[in-house]
Ligand binder design. Structure first.
Ligand code: GLC
Length: 418
């Protein structure tokens, strides 16, 4: 245990560049990623508060004028990643991608502030962080729900953070691949290609991306024109939690927003409708094709994380989650092994991801302490045995993907030190 703690800190230090931290020190992800950085900042907060706030500051330095925080910030013009900064061709202050990722940062900042028991005066020092997070969450409401339905859309599978999840199979199946595509993947040369997304997935990712670029990433147009527009349960759950935590943060600096408060109520009401308590199933809305998709994904259970007020729904969610992982030795498979789309080793189509376990744990800890503790212990054991891999098999525990993966190290620290 002590050794793994030491090793986790070392892993983060080794992956750290001057003001931010790479997802891994291999060549796989040579830039700053949005939700990775939020998890990393939380990890640092357990032993080096300066690095933690620096990580956040650097992430926020790439925020666009309209409020969006991009999913990748290319602080260094590295060409080793596909699509690289030239292929995206955007970001004014910092070269970036033109899409976003789950807004975990609000909740991370709240956790740090609460755990450190920072005084009101000290919290006010972080006024600019809170203000930028507010602008980011307002951007989602304005541009990702322009029709004021109460639910937020994502416009590219990469925005979810669970890139090739079977959740996107149906919405992606209708996308015609651009025949003139020119790009060269590098990821499947670094990691075994049997663990990475397929060529057809990448062709579609790049087709959507190029189309967004053709529209100059204009947020007013994208919602209506993107080839992909999905209301995802997991993403909305993280978003709802972020709104609630922003509300808390605003209160800390004697501010408040009735706009945010109203959207919390609307989002909560509509999120619950995506869970059918009788059949115990979740549905995503594919707005492009006007259909629903029902895939048993761990990300659906992020609903526990949003701290819904409705106790019956929470109870049913927990019941359903217990069933979801009943047979597995290693928690949590990203997709239920009983589903036909499950693949033991392929990225987001089955493997265990430590960030998902952490999100679920946060959701469980104030609702079912015993179950939460079991998740915590089993996650810690897995990481201590297999170290900081990008993902793990739910059948054998085998570590896969990148080695020295930052969020696995950061969240291991968070699990064990709190
Ligand atoms: C992959 C993951 C995404 C992560 C990124 C960097 O794209 O799917 O969730 O943020 O790698 O680790």
């Amino acid at each position: 245990m002590k050794n793994t703690i030491k090793l986790a800190k070392k892993t983060l230090f080794n992956n750290r560049r001057s003001k931010y931290t790479l997802p891994t020190n291999t060549k796989l992800y040579p830039a700053q990623w949005n939700w990775d950085s939020a998890f990393i900042a939380l990890g640092y907060s357990n032993f080096n508060l300066n690095y933690s706030f620096k990580e956040i500051e650097t992430l926020l330095s790439g925020q666009w004028e309209d409020g969006m925080i991009p999913h990748i910030l290319f602080h260094i013009k590295d060409l080793n990643y596909t699509p690289n900064f030239k292929a995206w061709n955007c970001g004014k202050k910092v070269s970036s991608s033109g899409i976003t990722q789950p807004p975990i940062l609000a909740s991370v900042l709240r956790l740090i502030i609460e755990r450190q028991k920072l005084s009101k005066k000290k919290i006010k020092k972080y006024y600019s962080f809170i203000f930028k997070i507010k602008k980011c969450l307002e951007w989602f409401i304005k541009y990702r729900d322009p029709k004021k339905t109460g639910l937020i859309s994502i416009l590219h599978p990469w925005e979810s953070g669970y890139d090739n999840s079977p959740l996107w199979d149906k919405p992606m199946s209708n996308i015609k691949i651009d025949m003139k595509l020119k790009y060269k993947r590098k990821d499947n040369k670094i990691v075994d290609s049997s663990q990475r997304p397929l060529k057809i997935d990448y062709d579609r990712y790049v087709t959507i991306k190029n189309h967004l670029r053709e529209m100059n990433y204009d947020p007013k147009k994208l919602y209506y024109k993107s080839k992909f527009n999905v209301v995802d349960v997991g993403f909305n759950s993280i978003f709802l939690k972020a709104l609630k935590d922003l509300d808390f943060l605003l209160d800390c600096i004697d501010e408040s927003s009735s706009f945010i408060k109203r959207y919390i109520a609307l989002n909560e009401k509509n999120l619950i409708k995506l869970f059918n308590t009788k059949k115990m199933i979740f549905k995503n809305k594919d707005l492009k094709n006007n259909t629903f998709t029902k895939i048993p994904s761990i990300t659906n259970f992020f609903m526990l994380y949003s701290d819904l007020k409705n106790k019956t729904v929470n109870r049913n969610l927990i019941k359903s989650l217990k069933k979801y992982c009943k047979k597995e030795k290693y928690l949590f498979p990203s997709i239920s092994p009983d589903h036909k789309s499950f693949e033991e080793k392929r990225y987001w189509r089955g493997p265990v991801w430590i960030n998902c376990n952490w999100i679920i744990y946060q959701g469980l800890k104030n609702k079912d302490k015993k179950f939460a503790e079991m998740v915590r212990k089993r996650t810690i054991n897995l990481v201590e045995k297999k170290k900081f891999r990008e993902y793990y098999s739910c059948k054998s525990g085998q570590g896969m993907g990148a080695k020295n993966f930052s969020w696995s190290a950061a969240l291991y620290l968070d699990f064990i030190l709190n």
